[in-house]
Design a protein around this ligand. Structure first.
Ligand code: FAD
Length: 431
């Protein structure tokens, strides 16, 4: 009401003594609200658990939303069958976003993929969290992990509004960087040498889709002339979103050092690279990109940094052979997609019927009973991870983490009834 009276007087406040520590208890605490953490939180809530979903960003959706990845891959098997390999929240996202024209299933790379509008996906996640009464704790950076023997008991987090302590029976490390496992003082893995590049993604507007050059044409031109524009990466692509004159451009390579100053700097350098990419596209393909402008820069896209040392170290040999494990919880047919060269990525697609699997052992650090990793920080060699870290299997891993912790209750995730787990996750593992 515009005529509601407003009192202009103020009151004086001052912090007295140590700031209070807010405490919260839940059944399951998920750290990291990317696609794997969101899947874990939603599945755990659907199992009737009280869930808290934490992220260092003041926003949900992780890289899928905030780094503007733009396409869920690894969800479907290879053509001609195009079998859907992961269900759970993948089904809900496909159904709900397709209904509003915010998701399209398109052939791209080697398989059928889900091209999505990141704003719509972000709102979908927010609505689900509210609907399922998941407690969100955003802008909360993990500061320390409390561990008693084989159990994680509590996390301490710093927020701009004060510190928070969260206790839970089970924890999911969906941070991408294995932040919970690292904080608990457990073994983690990093690339033994070199770096695995991330990318600065951008969304462009005023893009003339009708004149879009083919992917091969674009790749050839980047290889030939990219250096003249100062581009570091000499491959990449633009994914146009049907009917909206927008596209997501993935043509940069940035380092993602696990160092606060380094990470801050390379994030800014990534935007410079994206701008060089725009100059290249506008000059070389004026019919398609001449009027295009950057509408938004994603947060730095991070592929692989630090990950857990689990009970099982998934190897590229197991991936190539399509080994199915007694405790398989996720699968994909996505190629090996390695980004260890600044100039471009190395791509190894698989045969039509190939599928490879992720075992629960790759999600579970052996020294603790109530912590499960999910998403891009599970245990594998760097090449195996380059495939299983894409969003399709990340969704399946989130579901597996929720179900393993639900079955474990106050017991151990290493001793859950595997037959019961397999039954619950059958849609993501069995034909
Ligand atoms: C440039 C790029 C392009 C890609 N292209 C595709 C593609 O086309 N299709 C596809 O399917 N996949 C793609 N991938 C891979 C895929 O996007 C990621 O591997 C996947 O999104 C990872 O999801 P996640 O939930 O494991 O982690 P993330 O999405 O990284 O989420 C982790 C969350 O944890 C939070 N967090 C981290 N540390 C802390 C902490 N200490 N305290 C609190 N919170 C913390 C972060 O803020 C973040 O929100 C791409 C990746 C990149 C980088």
């Amino acid at each position: 009401m515009l005529d509601k009276p407003f009192r202009p007087e103020t009151r004086v406040v001052r912090r007295n003594g140590a700031p209070p520590l807010r405490e919260h208890s839940a059944d399951i605490c998920v750290v990291g609200a990317g696609i794997s953490g969101v899947s874990a939180a939603i599945e755990a809530a659907r199992l009737g658990r009280q869930v808290i979903l934490i992220d260092g960003l003041p926003a949900l959706g992780g890289q899928a939303v905030n780094s503007i990845i733009g396409m869920i891959v690894g969800l479907f098997g290879n053509p001609p069958k195009n079998k859907q390999l992961t269900h759970g929240i993948a089904d809900d996202i496909i159904r709900d976003l397709s209904a509003t024209g915010d998701l399209h299933l398109v052939m791209g790379g080697v398989s059928l993929n889900a091209l999505y509008n990141e704003v719509a996906l972000g709102r979908w996640v927010e609505r689900k969290v509210l609907e399922l009464e998941v407690t969100p704790l955003l802008g909360a950076i993990l500061r320390s992990v409390q561990r008693e023997g084989r159990r994680i008991t509590a996390l301490e987090l710093a927020t701009r509004y004060g510190d928070v302590m969260v206790r839970a029976d089970g924890f999911v490390d969906a941070t991408g960087d294995a932040a919970v496992v690292w904080g608990a003082g457990l073994e983690c893995r990093e690339p033994a040498e070199g770096v695995i590049y991330g990318s600065q993604m951008i969304v462009i507007e005023n893009f003339e889709e009708a004149h879009k050059p083919s992917r091969a044409e674009m790749s050839e031109r980047i290889r030939e002339r990219g250096a003249q524009y100062g581009m570091i990466r000499r491959d990449g692509f633009a994914m146009s979103f049907p009917g909206r004159a927008t596209a997501v451009v993935n043509m940069t390579h940035i380092e993602n050092p696990m160092d606060p100053f380094g990470a801050s700097k390379t994030g800014l350098e990534g935007k410079e690279q994206a701008d060089l990419t725009m100059t290249f596209l506008r000059s070389e393909f004026p019919a398609a990109f001449g009027e295009a402008r950057v509408r938004s820069y994603g947060l730095p896209g991070i592929r692989q940094t630090r990950w857990i040392a689990g009970r099982h170290h998934l190897t590229v040999d197991e991936v190539r052979r399509g080994v199915k494990f007694p405790d398989s919880i996720a699968r994909t047919a996505w190629p090996l997609e390695q980004h260890h060269n600044a100039e471009g990525y190395v791509w190894e697609p698989f045969d039509a019927d190939h599928v490879h699997y992720v075992p629960l052992g790759s999600l579970t650090p052996p020294a603790v009973d109530n912590l499960v990793a999910a998403g891009r920080c599970i245990d594998g060699d760097a090449t195996a991870l380059s495939s299983v870290r894409v969003m399709g299997p990340c969704i399946a891993m989130g579901a597996a983490a929720a179900n393993a912790l639900d079955l474990a209750g106050k017991g151990s995730v290493h001793e859950v009834d595997l037959a019961a787990l397999r039954k619950r996750l059958a849609a993501n593992v069995e034909d």
